[in-house]
Write a protein that binds this ligand. Structure first.
Ligand code: ADP
Ligand code: ZN
Ligand code: ZN
Length: 743
């Protein structure tokens, strides 16, 4: 083909330029330009030079050739990958956004920074000495020091940030070991392999028969050229990661690269070291503590072929590997795999498209698979494997379900059931650790009038204000603050009372009942600054407190072997929310929370307190019975026409003016009327969103449902076209396919 014209997308973030412009490719550049090339083009009336991306070539221009301008030059060094551009195009079509937004999502941040110096701790004694010292510290009940020394039995150098942020070692612990002359601090260039060559690949377990079967089956397909998605359903500790590593090894041996997605919170020191021990400096890690420049460096290393494996959160999907063989998604049910900003893509779906572009396979793993994935596995679209046994030792905990209505009848006015109280006393006496979990993020104390029922609300948002320990009333959505009120602003009554924020209240009641116990509390308020989350967990790990009270943040990621009792205070709070995923999320949370008990040598117990103890999410979670949970939940989704049985598109409308917002919703519905009748597409709304106002912006939603996603995509296209024709900006209307959270 004689290439002489190219469609170019201009790299400026404005909706109006979200369409390709046609340019002539000058002869001297013909050889240098390809799809994905970054080029400079004259743009607008003043012909200012703008940067753009070639997304396609054409033989004939789509308008008057005499008016077409020429590409001015090619920018080298920032060549974007052809496949990533294609992927961006797919994302745009699939989820709705501007091409620029899609490109910005997939392209590495082009921002080169000076390599950052990184602090590293070096072991200054022999491995044997570290072992001896670790044992001494254990005897002296200095668990943090012991843990640090144990880490040094394996490795001679460990990055400082890994220790403090991921391994929960406090600075004071490190300092005291430095003073003792056991470790020394040094600084090294980032990304140096902290491990010596000979350490690499020494850690290897012989796979169990069921693990080996999974690897062999997937590999058999792979070698036959079959590419598809597989789901490994296995509880935590059942050996999934070991399977991932065996697969990675085979794929890498064939010269292909691997992307492994993992929720940020699960990127623990242990996981990182485990992969580094196995794959040495061919593996690299992305996480949110890296700066944009550092992330870009990682991308460069991937492009140059210096690494084969990248581990990171959903954005790691866009690591520019030339030749991808495998994408793994661990804990595939996690909400964080869905992007909350435009384009609102789901990492699992994007991974499948990316795998298609590269001819790669996809492997998903989870203890509580998403309804979507399990549905596909049951329909035969995905291969499915199950791992049943926990290899980490520890037995499954004993689970009690306590009916809070019965407690009420018995006259128990506390938030702790009799059984939970009894078990708490037992653990306090035995000096074992306890985790108390309050299952709801937004469950915080609101202020209301006992006379007229008036609830204090944020003037800018449709949410109630929460009373904080400092006495102020705070909005969790926009940060608005005001002093507490003495009299009701509506009726003047002085009986205006606050209920303490959830976890604060739990702490107070706990102290009233059980006296002076060391308690740590983890919720949105205690973890406002970035490191406090890690600090609280370190302290709990170091047994500086016997009790940890928290929201869902405490159920993920970390193993606390001394925890032998987990109390779930009100398991059904998350069931009440108006969201079709509530049952699924409750099941996942309870299963995870229950799994926190008995990770060590001592068996654990779990108490689930609930007002709806007969609810299947609660019963099946207590029984750790995924299959039957799935069956019941699927019935509910089928009856309601919810994903995965039906697809759903939520059109989100934002408006400064309440009436305009609603009107726009009506107009959009009108414009789809004929289409929806013809295709039998369900339309619900427009209606006020669950939270009808945030930060003075009104929110509405229009919901479209259909069994065939293509119909919804077509509807979305029509809406985009309509909005474009009325000049409505992308910020006012957003699309969310199969939303993960209520709106
Ligand atoms: P998961 O990813 O399902 O949580 P892991 O792969 O992390 O499970 O395995 C849990 C623990 O069991 C790890 O400590 C791992 O080293 C160990 N393990 C896994 N597979 C084997 C095996 N085949 N033999 C011995 N130990 C194993
Ligand atoms: Zn009042
Ligand atoms: Zn507010």
């Amino acid at each position: 083909m004689q290439i002489s014209y190219a469609r170019v997308i201009i790299d400026i973030s404005h909706e109006k330029v979200d369409r390709p412009f046609c340019y002539k490719v000058p002869e001297h550049l013909l050889e240098k330009i390809e799809v994905g090339s970054c080029v400079e083009v004259p743009f607008g009336k003043g012909n200012t030079l703008r940067k753009g991306y070639v997304i396609e070539f054409m033989e004939t221009p789509d308008f008057d050739p005499n008016l077409i301008k020429e590409i001015a030059g090619v920018k080298t060094g920032v060549q974007v990958e052809n496949k990533l551009i294609k992927l961006a195009h797919w994302i745009r079509e699939e989820y709705g956004s501007t091409m620029i937004q899609a490109l910005q999502t997939v392209l590495p941040v082009k921002q080169k920074v000076k390599q950052k110096e990184n602090r590293i701790l070096l072991r200054k004694c022999s491995a044997e000495e570290a072992k001896v010292q670790a044992e001494i510290c254990e005897k002296k009940h200095q668990p943090a020091k012991a843990r640090l020394l144990k880490a040094f039995m394996e490795d001679e150098e460990i990055p400082y940030t890994l220790l403090t942020q991921k391994f929960h070692i406090s600075v004071s612990t490190i300092t005291s070991l430095k003073k003792a002359g056991l470790v020394e601090e040094t600084s090294e260039l980032m990304y140096r392999n902290p491990l010596k060559e000979q350490d690499v690949a020494k850690e290897r377990n012989v796979l169990s028969d069921s693990q080996q079967k999974i690897v062999d089956d997937i590999w058999e397909d792979y070698e036959k050229g079959i590419r598809k998605t597989y789901l490994i359903h296995g509880i935590t500790g059942s050996g999934k990661t070991e399977v991932y590593m065996a697969l990675i090894e085979r794929v890498v041996a064939q010269g292909k690269a691997v992307i492994m997605l993992i929720p940020e919170i699960a990127l623990t020191f242990q996981t990182v070291m485990r992969f580094q021990r196995r794959f040495g400096d061919r593996v690299s890690i992305l996480n949110s503590t890296l700066s944009a420049g550092e992330k870009y460096d990682q991308c460069e290393r991937a492009k140059k072929g210096e690494i084969d494996i990248i581990i990171g959160p959903r954005s790691a999907l866009f690591t520019p590997f030339e030749n991808l063989g495998l994408i793994l998604i661990d804990e595939e049910h996690e909400n964080t795999y869905k992007s909350e900003s435009m384009p609102k893509y789901h990492a699992r779906e994007v991974a499948e498209e990316l795998a298609r572009l590269h001819g790669a396979s996809v492997v998903l793993g989870s203890a509580t698979p998403s309804m979507e994935s399990y549905y596909k596995a049951m329909s035969g679209e995905y291969g499915i494997f199950t791992l049943k046994e926990r290899l980490t030792g520890g037995t499954l905990p004993k689970v009690y379900i306590e009916d809070l209505r019965e407690e009420m009848k018995k006259g128990n006015r506390t938030i702790f059931s009799d059984r939970l109280q009894e078990l708490i006393r037992d653990r306090l006496a035995k000096k074992e650790q306890i985790m108390l979990f309050l299952n709801r993020r937004g469950y915080s104390g609101f202020i209301s009038c006992r006379s007229c029922g008036h609830v204090m609300k944020c003037p800018h948002c449709d949410v109630s204000l929460s009373k904080h320990a400092n006495g102020k009333l705070v909005c969790h959505y926009c940060g608005y603050e005001q002093p507490n009120v003495v009299n009701c602003p509506k009726c003047g009554s002085k009986y205006i009372l606050g209920f303490k924020a959830g976890t604060e209240k739990v702490e107070e009641s706990f102290r009233q009942l059980f006296g002076d116990v060391s308690i740590l509390r983890m919720d949105r308020d205690t973890t406002k600054n970035k490191d406090s989350y890690e600090e609280i967990l370190s302290e709990f790990m170091e047994e500086k407190a016997q009790v940890l009270i928290g929201t869902q943040m405490i159920v993920k990621g970390h193993d606390f072997p001394k925890v032998t009792l987990v109390g779930i205070l009100a398991a059904d709070l998350s069931l009440g929310v108006n969201d079709y995923r509530a049952g699924e999320r409750t099941f996942q949370l309870l299963t995870q929370a229950a799994g926190r008990a008995g990770r060590g040598k001592i068996p654990g117990e779990v108490v689930i307190q609930s007002y709806q103890p007969e609810h299947y999410s609660i019963k099946k979670a207590a029984a750790q019975d995924y299959e039957n949970f799935y069956k019941e939940e699927l019935l509910y989704r089928t009856l309601g026409g919810y994903p995965p049985v039906s697809d759903m598109l939520m059109v989100q409308i934002f408006g400064r003016d309440e009436q305009d917002g609603m009107l726009l919703g009506d107009k959009m519905k009108e414009c789809l009327k004929e289409f929806s009748v013809k295709n039998r597409m369900t339309m619900i709304g427009p209606a006020n969103a669950g939270i009808s106002k945030i930060n003075d912006v009104y929110r509405f939603c229009l919901i479209l449902k259909h069994k065939d996603k293509e119909v919804l995509k077509e509807a979305k296209k029509r809406l985009e076209h309509y909005l474009g024709s009325c000049g409505i900006e992308g910020k006012i209307v957003q699309f969310d396919f199969n939303p993960m959270s209520s709106f």
